[in-house]
Write a protein that binds this ligand. Structure first.
Ligand SMILES: [Zn+2]
Length: 615
């Protein structure tokens, strides 16, 4: 096949422009301070370069030609808005995978609009089609423009909290908000700005149409454009768009709103049928007001905790190991598993009646907070995790049942504060009352090196690189959690008459692939759990104490925690199942009958599982 010099030149130009586009955006992400993950960006290199070259081939118009500007700007709006504004707001890294989705969607929108325009222009209705394209640009830009506009107004990127406000607002309120924050004069200026944009975009599209029609558009070029358009329509809105940062946040918020509605509607019905005999619960059986604390860990795997796995090379649980050795009130459980490898599904089950085994509905499930309140406790929920978003939602619904529920950081779906910040919240608790406190920590959530202050950087990687996901950083984060637990314990024992403290993790972690359920491995669900029972507790409830002492080697999954808390507080009801209560003589599960990943795996499939010991 003979390729003319001109064709060769064109191919080289198209390739050079496409690579420039790709590299410039990567450079942009790196320059604003985001880590660039080759694992995410290399696999999309070839498809994106191909898409951009085909687009240039199909339209005969170079990538950076002024005729392409409106579509290019629209795409770049999507590529840039979230990563840039997030970085400007928080000065920290966002998830590499999410940035990659933003990049793919922005580029996909550019390809989609341009191939569509190439086909539309062949109707030869240049002015009309240009108007249509200009409108499409504005529609597609609506989301990035909203993000940038919000940032300019409050110097903060859109967060779940502000998206929540946006979600719950109506037109009237939005206009009021704009009028009071922007002013009518500026609104008119902005309106004129939009009109100017539409006009300029229209002119650029007209030029696009004329340039395109100056070439003979044969079937080959049209086929390329049609295929590119079809591929983009399939890939962008259906597959990648819902996974972009902003779309995912929006999804979380709308999900949360609908769940709140339903969960709230049934609250009275649930709570009124919770028939706990408050005369016999733990607070009724002890002389003085006392406190029970539940600490919910995050991404802690007992495989990488010295107290649970003595062969682990890092001594990252000095406090817990010492307590377990010296204080008979500390009981560690060797064979606890999570019911799933992600936060929300596990905690939804751990905190409520719902479990892998009983098939109950979340909406009809009482929570440990409801049980504690009915048992005579003042209830507190302090969280260093986000209030909305992928980490929380249904957890927030449970938390909001507490007399006091506070989040260290309302603005985002996770906190960049270290867990010790929760200790200040503990100081709000009234020591003259019976208190039931839940502390929800960030623990060892990826990226591990963001979870502890520099004093806790006991272990470093060989060359100091790869700290974000290295085992040494993970061990540091566990070390910090160990310190946090010791401080909570000391404070509560000194000031709040601590009667029982229970720590468990929502799920574990695989130090190479984190805790993605699609690539499941058992370390993602091997979780730590321990309980501390004070001498006063052991005297008040000797049966529970004796049974828990025999549970060291028994198997347990954390979705049965609700019933176990009922047992711990001596608060059975019609909404309680003794066979799921680890403190009960009727506890009815063994390694052979327990499952994880919501029933997909039997626990006896765990290749490293220990034999179950019954004493
Ligand atoms: Zn989690």
């Amino acid at each position: 096949m003979h390729i003319s010099t001109r064709t060769q030149d064109n191919i080289i130009r198209a390739l050079a422009a496409s690579f420039t586009y790709f590299l410039c955006l990567i450079a942009f992400y790196i320059n604003i301070g985001q880590d660039m993950g080759p694992g995410y960006f290399l696999p999309i290199l070839i498809p994106i370069i191909m898409g951009l070259c085909l687009m240039q081939y199909g339209t005969h118009i170079p990538l950076f030609a002024k005729e392409n500007l409106p579509n290019l700007i629209t795409g770049l709006g999507w590529c840039s808005a979230f990563p840039l504004l997030y970085t400007w707001t928080y000065n920290t890294t966002w998830y590499m995978s999410k940035i990659c989705f933003d990049f793919v969607v922005g580029t996909g929108i550019f390809l989609l609009l341009t191939s569509l325009e190439g086909l539309l222009m062949q109707t030869r209705q240049i002015r009309l089609m240009s108007a249509l394209m200009a409108l499409l640009n504005l529609v597609c830009l609506a989301v990035p423009i909203t993000q940038y506009a919000y940032y300019i107004m409050v110097w903060h990127c859109l967060s779940p909290a502000s998206l929540m406000a946006l979600y719950l607002t109506n037109w009237r309120e939005s206009i009021d908000f704009l009028e009071s924050n922007v002013g009518t004069g500026w609104l008119m200026v902005i309106g004129l700005g939009f009109a100017l944009f539409l006009y300029l975009a229209w002119r650029a599209h007209c030029a696009f149409g004329r340039r395109l029609l100056s070439h003979s558009m044969d079937w080959e070029h049209n086929t390329v454009l049609a295929l590119l358009l079809a591929a983009m329509i399939f890939v962008v809105p259906c597959w990648y768009l819902p996974q972009t940062s902003i779309a995912e946040l929006w999804g979380d918020v709308s999900n949360y709103v609908s769940q709140t509605q339903e969960y709230g509607d049934y609250f009275e019905q649930r709570y009124s049928t919770l028939d706990i005999d408050a005369e016999n619960t733990l607070p009724a059986l002890t002389q003085q007001p006392g406190t029970v604390i539940i600490v919910i860990g995050e991404s802690a795997s007992r495989n990488y905790m010295k107290a649970f796995t003595p062969s682990f090379a890092y001594d990252d649980t000095p406090w817990l190991s010492q307590q377990a050795a010296e204080d008979p009130g500390f009981l560690l459980f060797q064979n606890c598993y999570a019911s799933w490898s992600q936060t929300v599904p596990t905690l939804q089950r751990a905190l409520t009646e719902q479990s892998q085994y009983n098939g109950k509905d979340f909406v009809d499930s009482c929570s440990i907070i409801d049980v504690a309140r009915k048992s005579g406790y003042t209830t507190w929920w302090f969280s260093n995790q986000g209030r909305y978003g992928q980490f929380d939602s249904v957890i927030t619904l449970v938390a909001k049942g507490a007399d006091t529920a506070e989040w260290t950081d309302d603005s985002y779906n996770f906190s960049d504060k270290y867990d010790m910040v929760l200790l200040d919240y503990l100081k709000k608790v009234d020591p003259t009352k019976n208190n039931f406190i839940v502390l929800h920590i960030m623990g060892s959530h990826i990226y591990y090196n963001n979870r502890y202050p520099s004093d806790f950087m006991k272990w470093k990687t060989e060359d100091g690189t790869g700290m974000a996901t290295a085992v040494s950083s993970y061990a540091n984060s566990i070390l910090y959690t160990d310190f946090f637990l010791s401080q909570v314990f000391d404070y509560a024992r000194e000031h709040l008459n601590l009667q029982a403290m229970l720590y468990f993790s929502d799920h574990g972690e695989n130090l190479v692939i984190s805790h993605n359920p699609d690539v499941f491995s058992f370390d993602m669900v091997r979780v730590p759990m321990f309980v501390y029972l004070s001498p006063e507790y052991q005297e008040a409830l000797p049966e529970q104490s004796a049974i828990l002492r025999q549970r060291h080697g028994r198997y347990f999954t954390n979705d049965m925690l609700y019933d176990t808390v009922c047992g711990l507080l001596n608060a059975p009801s019609h909404r309680y199942e003794a066979q799921q209560d680890f403190t009960s003589p009727d506890y009815g599960f063994t390694r052979e009958t327990l499952t994880t990943m919501l029933g997909q795996h039997q626990l006896d499939e765990d290749p490293d599982g220990l034999p179950e010991s019954f004493f």
